[in-house]
Design a protein around this ligand. Structure first.
Ligand code: G6Q
Length: 561
């Protein structure tokens, strides 16, 4: 199946999507509030005892990912009410609008077409009347040729030695995706080829990354959609200076730098050979850009075939999301459960706990995808929202987390809904490690759901005064996502699952998920503060509050002389 048909939405209606609907004004919202009250005292122990088919009833799978959501405090009626809500919030036309290239990123007047980045060659997706898919595949083909050349040892550096080290310089959406996926697919990477990432403006990041590298064998990829981001441009200039100090010739830059950007002119002005500049488009949001040329370091690491397998996994989930009825639609189900927990149960954080060391950076990646998209407080009519929107997303891989923060998950006063991600087949099998990893994952969700009653603790002969401490209330909600194996394809499907979950939640909350105005103010203020930090006299050019002014003076005192 492919994404082919474009707009079924009449041109005159295109600007109206997504329509603005205040969810709290809907009868479905009121019904859900009442229903939530009726479930307040219900325990998962009883829900399971009353329904032997509960696990089957509340599970679904697609694109190599199985989701068991039975360990949430929900009933069939809960799901019916939630599905009614999503219909009332006009999710269907919103999905159609996104896939049709309607500028649903209203505040930036842009379409949101990351789905086009993984559409097959014969798909037809139009922006301003032009099919964008051929251009997507042109760039993928050029990336493939570049990756093949490096992997075959045919990309010679300035002094004729082949490139063996790739250093990606980017931040935020131009870093977190490739970092996470390169880590996740390490078992598929070409041995001997080092792929590293520098993001932080902290000079230690660049210096520590370069410390053991030979400039003659190093290729820098400057990844920046705008090619203006302060951190990336500063790191790129310092990398350029490092490279020239070692290779001692301006013309070396052309062999040792590539760029990924929508701003081709700025990249060539930097001195990068236009043949080594890989473009993408303003309809790709930074945090949704892994499938674009931003994925170049990943493609070099794992090869074009594995990269394309990942795109196929993304696409499989895109199609599942677009075409599957809500009742079996994984992104819709996960989104609705998040709404249930945040808006009707009052839980304000969401943990993502992959039982896979390869997915160690997945929670950090999702933090950006989710919190930058749905950390909004103004609705699509320009009014303040009066409900909780995006949750605080956090997490660490299991089993490490069990020896750190899981105490709070089991016995703390806050309830933290969590996604546990398990993998059946290890990419790098070793003894019984994988079985033990999975056993721990399943045991945690069991303990969180069912807990341990005081009566059970007493039967163990526990001294009476210790019984309260050893009791677990349980009734703590989790989803368990099970991947057959962590492969390029299932990784793609997993990421797309969360991307679309975030989209659905934004539609329900009536917010714009694809802008990020909230990051602008701090950037502006940093420019003003930077000026004052480095002033030679005692004055201040900016009008700072007393706390900030004192911090600037303190910094100056400790850096002067
Ligand atoms: C992501 C954000 C943000 C962005 C970075 C880097 O959606 O827009 O994280 O990716 O600020 O921007 P550049 O790629 O333009 O350097």
């Amino acid at each position: 199946m492919s994404i082919t048909k474009t707009s079924s939405i009449p041109r005159q209606d295109r600007m109206k999507f997504p329509t603005t609907i205040n969810p709290t004004s809907l009868p479905q919202w009121r019904v859900l509030n009442e229903h939530a009250r009726s479930l307040q005292s219900v325990h998962l122990r009883d829900l399971f005892a009353d329904n032997p088919r509960r696990a089957q009833q509340f599970s679904a799978d697609a694109a190599g990912i199985f989701v068991d959501y039975s360990k949430n405090r929900i009933t069939a009626e809960t799901m019916q009410h939630l599905f009614a809500l999503v219909d009332a919030c006009a999710l269907r036309p919103a999905i159609d609008a996104m896939f049709a290239g309607v500028p649903i990123n209203h505040t930036e007047n842009r379409p949101v077409l990351h789905v086009a980045l993984r559409a097959p060659r014969d798909a037809d997706i139009r922006v301003d009347g032009r099919n964008v898919v051929p251009a997507v595949h042109d760039v993928l083909d050029r990336m493939g040729a570049c990756a093949d050349r490096i992997r075959a040892g045919n990309w010679d550096g300035y002094s004729g030695r082949p490139i063996r080290n790739i250093v990606n310089i980017g931040i935020g959406g131009s870093d977190l995706g490739p970092v996470m996926a390169t880590e996740a697919l390490k078992p598929f990477a070409k041995p001997g080829l080092r792929v590293r990432f520098v993001s932080n403006i902290d000079g230690a990041h660049l210096q520590e990354t370069l410390r053991d590298l030979d400039a003659a064998e190093t290729l820098f990829i400057v990844a920046s959609k705008t090619f203006t981001t302060q951190e990336t441009m500063t790191n790129a200039q310092s990398a350029r200076a490092w490279c020239l100090a070692k290779l001692k010739d301006e013309s070396a830059v052309a062999r040792h730098f590539a760029a990924v950007s929508t701003n081709i002119d700025a990249a060539t002005e930097f001195g990068i050979d236009p043949d080594n500049v890989f473009g993408f488009w303003d309809w790709v949001g930074g945090r949704y850009s892994l499938c674009s040329a931003i994925g170049l370091p990943l493609m070099i690491a794992v090869g074009p075939d594995h990269f394309r397998a990942m795109l196929a996994g993304f696409h499989a989930m895109d199609i599942h999301f677009r075409d599957t009825p809500w009742t079996d639609n994984l992104p819709v189900i996960l989104a609705l459960l998040g709404i249930w927990h945040g808006n009707f149960m009052g839980y304000d954080t969401h943990a993502v706990l992959p039982y896979s060391q390869c997915l160690a950076r997945f929670p950090a990646y999702l933090q950006q995808a989710d919190m930058e998209s749905n950390g909004k407080s103004v609705d699509r009519s320009g009014h303040a929202v009066d409900i909780m929107t995006g949750p605080i997303v956090w997490g660490e891989p299991g089993t490490n987390g069990q020896h750190a923060f899981f105490q709070l998950l089991h016995q703390g006063t806050r309830i933290v809904p969590a996604d546990f991600i398990a993998v059946c087949r290890a990419a790098e099998p070793m003894g019984r490690h994988q079985d033990m990893l999975a056993a721990n994952c399943f045991a945690q969700t069991q303990a969180l759901a069912f807990g341990r009653s005081a009566a059970d603790v007493e039967t163990e002969g526990t001294p009476a005064d210790l019984v309260p401490y050893k009791t677990f209330s349980g009734n703590r909600p989790t989803n368990t996502l099970v991947l057959d194996a962590l492969t390029p394809r299932t990784l793609g499907a997993l990421i797309a699952l969360y991307e679309h979950k975030i989209f659905v939640q934004g539609i329900i909350w009536n917010i714009y998920s694809f802008d990020q105005w909230g990051v602008e103010l701090g950037k502006k203020l940093a420019h003003r503060i930077l000026e004052d930090l480095t002033r030679k006299d005692d004055g201040m050019s900016g009008d700072h509050d007393s706390s900030t002014a004192a911090l600037i003076r303190r910094y100056r005192t400790h850096t002067s002389g």
